[in-house]
Design a protein around this ligand. Structure first.
Ligand code: NAP
Length: 289
């Protein structure tokens, strides 16, 4: 079997076009959707991610307000900045790029983002709402929501499916598992202490792999015909590349695509969805405002 490729790049572009249209309509009513980005320190990867997010905003008719503080910024300075953005009516979403420098308490800073502007969806009350029947929360975290969009837009039936989530982190594994339960899947969460993990994974109609271990999921762990969403991003050595390295997922894609019914590649699967969902959340924030 050769699996259907779930093209995250194309699906993310569709969502970005939808957001662009929605933002244009809001602008006609005099509301300019705005995302504030907060970057503390000099981590090159963080600078790259924020630049990508700001470029995506510009393309989607969303204004971005960028704030950069040095590595030596105090917690009080970061807090004051975030609180100011929380009170600014032009800002509909606040994105604090993580990780923050070690001397700054991440939880204190994230808790200062008002719920109504928590476009990352990481606030405990937003995550808590995912676990409660009939509750929506203000925002759904971007990468988990991106996984669900990939399932929906690739025609995978979630209701009644046996879904296995590999990983239980606050930012991916746990929220994606809660979203799948909300959509009436039967969900098993696996982690580093799970017994007979391969057998559990083999029962999955839907597999979400989010553990950060290159090629951890082999073809023989996949149920024939299953839909596989690979969240993992891992760099491995590759002498054929100029950089000497290559990005791969948690799934052994080349072998798994011969067994799965549908599968996301890495890169080009979940990755592009995260920014698309951030734009969608910012638009929602602006629509509510
Ligand atoms: P994390 O916080 O390190 O969590 C990893 C999870 O995997 C933990 O729950 C851990 O179990 C579990 N795990 C680790 N090794 C395992 C093993 N050998 N067997 C079973 N379970 C194992 O990672 P994360 O932040 O969720 O990220 C996961 C991956 O997704 C990473 O590669 C990350 O780069 C990627 N990611 C991609 C995007 C994107 O936009 N594409 C966004 C976010 C994350 P315990 O809880 O028992 O320790």
């Amino acid at each position: 079997m050769t699996a259907k490729l779930i093209d995250g790049k194309a699906i993310a572009q569709d969502i970005r076009n939808e957001v662009k249209e929605g933002a244009a309509k809001l602008r006609e009513k005099g509301i300019v959707p705005g995302l504030a980005t907060v970057l503390v320190g000099s981590d090159p990867a963080s600078h790259k991610y924020v630049a990508m997010k700001r470029k995506a905003c510009a393309e989607a008719n969303i204004e971005s307000f960028h704030h950069e503080l040095g590595e030596d910024a105090t917690q009080a300075e970061v807090l004051e900045l975030v609180q100011g953005l929380g009170a600014d009516p032009k800002v509909h979403g606040i994105l604090v790029q993580l990780p923050l420098p070690n001397h700054i308490d991440e939880e204190t800073i994230l808790n200062a983002v008002p719920l109504s502007k928590d476009v990352d969806g990481f606030h405990p009350l937003n995550i808590g709402a995912l676990a409660m029947k009939g509750r929506e929360g203000d925002f759904i975290p971007c990468t988990p929501n991106g996984c669900i969009e990939l399932l929906d837009r690739s025609g995978t039936t979630i209701e009644g499916a046996n879904a296995v989530v590999l990983g239980r982190s606050n930012i991916v594994g746990m929220p994606v598992a809660l979203l799948l339960v909300k959509r009436n899947a039967t969900v098993t969460i696996c982690h580093s202490r799970t017994k007979d993990l391969a057998d559990v994974v083999r029962s999955a109609d839907i597999l979400i792999a989010a553990i950060g271990r290159a090629h951890f999921v082999s073809a023989d762990m996949i149920k024939p015909g299953a839909t596989v969403i690979d969240v993992g991003t891992n760099m491995i050595d590759d002498a054929t590349r100029k950089s000497g390295r290559r990005l791969v997922g948690d799934v052994d894609f080349a072998a798994a695509k011969e067994v799965a019914g549908a599968i996301t590649p890495v890169p080009g699967g979940v990755g592009p969805m995260t920014i698309a969902m951030l734009l969608q959340n910012t638009l929602r924030g602006a629509e509510r405002a």
